[in-house]
Ligand binder design. Structure first.
Ligand code: C2E
Ligand code: MG
Ligand code: MG
Length: 330
């Protein structure tokens, strides 16, 4: 810890390049002990299935609380972990945590057998010869079905390793694990990826979602990406949805899934579990209401069919947004 304090204190007096190199080395040195010193945690951000308006799963996002610097954003330490190779151990740790958590939720909420977990995978992990066996081991150990797990890779990272990536991704897909192309549109997008790599879902980067309704080009790009993905039988997730106007436009454009602060920030497992419990209770109440309504209708109209719904029908409510309750606490 002293080393980082010394490096930071010395920043103004040293050459900038050397300062940054020293700081990176110091962060890498501390990161090496972050797992055993219990400084890492995982936050979960819900993915909203738009047709049913319910939580279909979560994205697991790594957090590091440094004893001196406090929370260090993943954007800052993940590139360092990728450079040093520490991402291999960190990635395995996140995968194990996220799968264990998913298994707990699947057991607690048996009416949600399709609840899924998305975990980010660095392209550096694809070079790990044990990656596929580690994934198989963690799925076995935790009892998570492969279909409930999806791995997210950013497109930019795949370019340099295209051939080897294709082989490993093919083996992962063959397990039944989903593959999502993250931050779509921000890297050097090549349409040939979409056909050549076994992705089942595109995640449209939040920069396009933020410019929807303000910028015709962004709107047209999102529309075209949704159509293209659907033609390729892929699902589309919109990232970074922050307001209701964006959500309405995304629904109009046929987007399947949405993720963003409008619904919830990434939250602790405890808060995420409350979210699932609240939503399940609301669905059960809705189902009970439907049963009671069907019963009273059948009394009025003898022979009428009773069809309880666990989920509200997609087009039953004029107020789409009334179904969502944003979670803002961390
Ligand atoms: P990502 O995979 O694209 O994750 C989404 C990022 O967008 C998250 O940032 C999330 O907090 C943020 N976000 C979600 N909704 C909104 C919104 O409505 N508005 C805005 N402005 N931001 C939103 P976070 O958690 O800081 O993670 C940043 C990146 O770090 C991730 O981007 C991912 O590339 C990487 N990362 C995080 N955890 C891991 C991990 O376990 N392994 C690897 N390899 N990378 C990770
Ligand atoms: Mg991601
Ligand atoms: Mg993303």
């Amino acid at each position: 810890m002293k080393r980082i304090a010394i490096v930071t204190a010395a920043l103004p007096s040293l050459g900038l390049e050397r300062d940054l190199r020293d700081l990176r080395e110091a962060i890498a040195a501390d990161l090496a002990y972050a797992i055993e010193r219990d400084q890492l945690s995982v936050r979960y951000q819900p993915l909203m299935h738009l047709p049913s308006r319910s939580v279909m799963g979560f994205e697991a996002l790594l957090r590091w609380r440094h004893p001196e610097f406090g929370w260090i954003p993943p954007d800052k330490f993940i590139p360092i972990a990728e450079e040093t190779g520490q991402i291999i151990a960190l990635g395995e740790w996140v995968l194990r945590q996220a799968c264990s958590q998913l298994r707990i939720w699947q057991a607690k909420f048996p009416r949600r057998p399709l609840l899924s977990m998305n975990v980010n995978l660095s392209v550096r992990q694809l070079a790990d010869p044990y990656l596929v066996s580690k994934i198989v081991g963690i799925l076995d150990e935790t009892g998570v079905p492969p279909e409930a797990l999806a791995l997210e890779l950013t497109e930019g990272s795949l370019i340099s390793e295209f051939d080897s990536a294709r082989k490993v991704l093919g083996r992962i897909r063959a397990l039944g694990v989903g593959l999502k192309l993250d931050d779509f549109g921000t890297g050097y997008s090549s349409l040939s990826y979409l056909g050549a790599l076994p992705f089942d879902t595109l995640k449209i980067d939040r920069c396009f979602v933020h410019r929807l309704l303000e910028d015709r080009a962004a709107d047209a790009i999102v529309e075209a990406v949704v159509q293209l993905a659907h033609k390729l039988r892929m699902k589309v997730v919109a990232e970074g949805v922050e307001n209701e106007a964006q959500l309405r436009r995304l629904v109009d454009l046929g987007c399947d899934i949405a993720q963003g602060y409008l619904f919830s920030e990434p939250v602790t497992a405890e808060i995420a579990e409350h979210m699932l419990a609240d939503e399940s209770a609301a669905q059960e109440l809705h189902a009970l209401g439907s049963i009671l309504k069907a019963c009273s209708n059948s009394r009025r109209e003898p022979g009428a069919e009773m069809r309880p719904h666990l989920l509200p029908a997609a087009n039953s409510s004029p107020a789409l947004l009334g179904e969502f309750s944003p979670i803002t606490s961390r």
